[in-house]
Design a protein around this ligand. Structure first.
Ligand code: PNS
Length: 165
């Protein structure tokens, strides 16, 4: 039987507990995962791509995930080209709401047209349904505590909130 390989793409700026939850669920479904940090030109970045990659590697290493996970980055060309290059026939995306469905559906259809790459939508634990990287960026920039929203490695990197403010 051929191995089942999937790509989990995202901006991961920074990685959140919601991201890790989706990666964990995808890891239980596939033999190998490529977690891919993709440059999203529609978003102003907080962290350099290499930093996001390192935080994902640490977060996955410190989790209970035992599937083979490759963490990589992609900034030029089509996402499906990366998927095809590594032998992945599936992209996995986390879906928190109807807004995510509306945003992701056209991309899923185009990616299937472009390269016969399917998209699988996974629902995260509802505990993470309201967590987003943009929310974490905002809380962190205002000196708030992000530990309820991000893996421990990311919380350590972003630091503890300023006290007494
Ligand atoms: O975490 P994000 O910012 O919601 O991730 C979005 C991302 C990077 C996964 C999305 O923008 C994407 O799939 N980009 C791929 C770019 C591409 O290949 N476009 C052409 C066909 S849709």
């Amino acid at each position: 039987m051929s191995s089942r390989i999937a790509v989990v793409p995202g901006s991961f700026d920074p990685p959140t507990l919601g991201h890790l939850d989706v990666i964990r669920r995808a890891a239980s479904l596939y033999d190998q995962l490529h977690v891919l940090v993709v440059h999203n030109p529609r978003k102003e970045a907080m962290l350099p791509i290499a930093q996001r990659q390192a935080l994902l590697e640490q977060s996955i290493a410190e989790s209970d995930i035992d599937t083979e996970v490759v963490v990589a980055s992609w900034s030029v060309g089509l996402l499906v080209d990366y998927a095809t290059d590594v032998g992945a026939g599936v992209l996995v995306k986390g879906i928190r709401s109807q807004v995510d469905v509306a945003y992701e559906t056209p991309m899923a259809i185009v990616n299937r047209h472009l390269a016969h790459v399917e998209t699988v939508f996974l629902l995260p634990d509802p505990a993470h349904a309201l967590v987003s990287s943009s929310l974490v960026r905002q809380v962190a920039s205002l000196g708030g505590d992000v530990t309820p929203y991000v893996p421990p490695a990311v919380a350590r990197f972003l630091g503890t909130p300023a006290s007494g403010l």
